[in-house]
Design a protein around this ligand. Structure first.
Ligand code: SF4
Length: 256
């Protein structure tokens, strides 16, 4: 089989980054400019290995990165940071947000008792694999899920993430499960390596799940940070469009 199974990698990574209700984080509560300002924790551990990922050691070296924190410790730090910076939104980013389900659910319970909103950043794989996950998320009011689809088709996804092509569909299943469970969700498509035809195919796929998904669809492009460029060059993968100083720039790249 070409590529790894991301569900198996989920289980293997959780053994490293989850301990009871504690999860590993590299950093708690830093202000980010996204969504007009958000306080975010840097979590550790992912079930994909995207070659364009800006997050380095939290994804690739989970054993030696970060420390374990309880949901209460994470929430307290995020709340403190949000108050300091006047943010209403909090999140955890730089890895996969759904690893350590017990930790996440306990964290969301704390968020629900506050006036903050948690943005769950995910690639959707785990939620696509288990419909009950979406049902469990549906009981939270102060939650929004931002689900990032990697690539415009199975092959592109597999080349970019290292996972087997069959698992591409789990991302769409994740969206469908969230929509059916009435969880607030928006989709972004990582399209730096995709052509227009591929992007249209994704739009058609999303429309079939729910036409409303297209209204809030974000087309995302990578930033060529030095480590990202180094990794992409090693794999002979260059994007055709990147984000540079806030603008989307067309490159003379080699598309996958
Ligand atoms: S899913 Fe996200 S955090 Fe994980 S490797 Fe891909 S880009 Fe990085």
């Amino acid at each position: 089989m070409k590529g790894f199974d991301p569900i198996q990698l989920t289980k293997a990574t959780e053994k490293v980054v989850v301990e009871g209700n504690r999860r590993k984080y590299a950093r708690l509560a830093r202000p980010l400019r996204f969504y007009g300002g958000i306080t975010s924790a840097t979590e550790v551990g992912c079930n994909l290995r995207c070659k364009f990922c800006f997050s380095d050691t939290p994804v690739r070296k989970p054993q030696t990165t970060g420390k374990f924190y309880t949901p209460k410790e994470v929430f307290n730090a995020l709340q403190k940071g949000a108050i300091k910076h006047g943010h209403k939104l909090i999140s955890a980013s730089a890895s996969e947000g759904t690893l350590g389900r017990q930790h996440l659910l306990e964290l969301l319970e704390l968020v629900d008792q506050s006036d903050l909103v948690f943005v769950l950043e995910t690639n959707g794989i785990t939620i696509g694999h288990d419909k009950d996950f979406a049902t469990e998320l549906s009981r939270f009011n102060n939650l929004h899920v931002r689900l990032s689809v990697k690539g415009a088709n199975e092959e592109e996804y597999s080349i970019l993430t290292g996972a087997n092509p069959e698992s591409y569909k789990l991302q769409y299943k994740g969206i469908e499960n969230l929509v059916n469970a009435k969880v607030s969700v928006n989709v972004c498509l990582m399209a730096s390596f995709s052509d227009e035809k591929g992007i249209e195919t994704v739009k058609t796929r999303l429309q079939k799940i729910h036409p409303g998904l297209l209204k809030a669809l974000e087309i995302e492009h990578i930033t060529l940070f030095p480590k990202v460029l180094q990794r992409l060059t090693k794999h002979k993968l260059l994007p055709n469009k990147v984000r540079q100083s806030g603008k989307i720039v067309q490159l003379e790249g080699v598309r996958v």
